[in-house]
Design a protein around this ligand. Structure first.
Ligand SMILES: N[C@@H](CCC(=O)N[C@@H](CS)C(=O)NCC(=O)O)C(=O)O
Length: 241
C-alpha cells in the first residue's frame, strides 16, 4: 500500500539488526511503503549522524524529512501517525495498552540485553550469568503471553500487534541461533506458548515479507561470533599480563 497524502518514509537500517526488523514489522503490518537506506555502521552516513546525533544508531525512520529514533518509539509513532493504515498495533483499551507497554519495556530492558550477551558475552562467566537472566526473562514472557493473548494466537489477540512486533525483533536471530548455537530460544519445555507463538508469527505474510534470509543471517552470525571470540581472546591475554 502506498503511504498516500504525499507522505515520504525512509528507514535508515541494517539488514541483520533485530531493532531495525522491529520497525520493518510495524511498517509491514501497517502496509506502508518506504525506502530502506542501508547503513555501514563502521562508517556511519552523514544522514544517520544528523538524524540520530544522540545515539547514532539504527533504526531511524524519516517521515517527510523529520527523524524518529529508537525502534519502540518508531512502532508507536507509526501507529499514531497512520491510524487508518492496517489494524492498530497498540491495544485500544487503556489498561491493556499500559500492560503492553510494561512488557515492551521489560523486553527491551531485561530480555534483549541478556539474550544478546548469552551468545556474545566476552567471558564464559558473563555468558553464563546472561543465560540465567535470559531464562528468567523467558519465564516471565511466557506469563506475559498468557496474560496479553487471552487464549488467542498472538500477544495482540487474533492478530499480531504491538508486543508481537516488539518481541518479534528476535525471531530472525532465534532461527539462525538454532544452527549457530545448537539451541532453541523458545522450546517446548521452558516456553511452549512462546515456541508456538514464534511458529505462528514467522508464518505470517507480513513477517515473511521482511524477515532476513536465514542462510545469510547464519553466515553473518559466524562472522560476528568470530569477531567476539577475537575480542574475548585479546581480553583474556590482557588480563594475564
Ligand atoms: N535501543 C535502540 C537499539 C538500536 C541498536 O542497538 N542498533 C544497533 C544495530 S543492532 C546500532 O545501530 N549500533 C551502532 C552503534 O552502536 O554504534 C533501538 O531500539 O532502536
Amino acid at each position: 500500500m502506498a503511504t498516500g497524502g504525499g507522505d515520504e518514509l525512509k528507514l535508515l537500517g541494517l539488514w541483520a539488526s533485530p531493532y531495525v526488523l522491529r520497525a520493518k514489522f510495524a511498517l509491514s503490518f501497517k502496509g506502508l511503503s518506504y525506502e530502506t537506506i542501508e547503513e555501514d555502521l563502521t562508517n556511519k552516513s552523514e544522514l544517520l549522524l544528523r538524524s540520530n546525533p544522540v545515539h547514532k544508531k539504527v533504526p531511524v525512520l524519516i517521515h517527510n524529512g523529520k527523524p524518529i529514533c529508537e525502534s519502540q518509539i518508531i512502532v508507536e509513532y507509526l501507529d499514531e501517525a497512520f491510524p487508518g493504515a492496517g489494524a492498530s498495533l497498540l491495544p485500544s483499551d487503556p489498561y491493556d495498552r499500559a500492560v503492553a507497554r510494561f512488557w515492551a519495556a521489560y523486553i527491551n530492558d531485561k530480555f534483549m540485553p541478556a539474550w544478546q550477551k548469552a551468545s556474545l558475552g566476552l567471558t564464559e562467566e558473563e555468558k553464563a550469568e546472561a543465560m540465567k537472566q535470559m531464562l528468567v526473562a523467558i519465564e516471565n514472557l511466557e506469563t506475559a503471553f498468557k496474560e496479553c493473548s487471552k487464549g488467542k494466537p498472538f500477544f495482540g489477540g487474533d492478530t499480531a500487534g504491538y508486543l508481537d512486533v516488539t518481541l518479534g525483533a528476535v525471531v530472525g536471530w532465534a532461527r539462525a541461533g538454532e544452527v549457530l548455537f545448537g539451541r532453541k530460544l523458545f522450546d517446548a519445555t521452558t516456553s511452549p506458548l512462546l515456541e508456538a507463538w514464534m511458529e505462528r508469527f514467522v508464518a505470517l505474510d507480513a513477517v515473511k515479507a521482511v524477515l532476513p534470509d536465514n542462510g545469510e543471517l547464519i553466515e553473518y552470525g559466524k562472522m560476528r561470533i568470530a569477531h567476539y571470540e577475537r575480542l574475548a581472546a585479546a581480553l583474556a591475554a590482557a588480563n594475564k599480563k
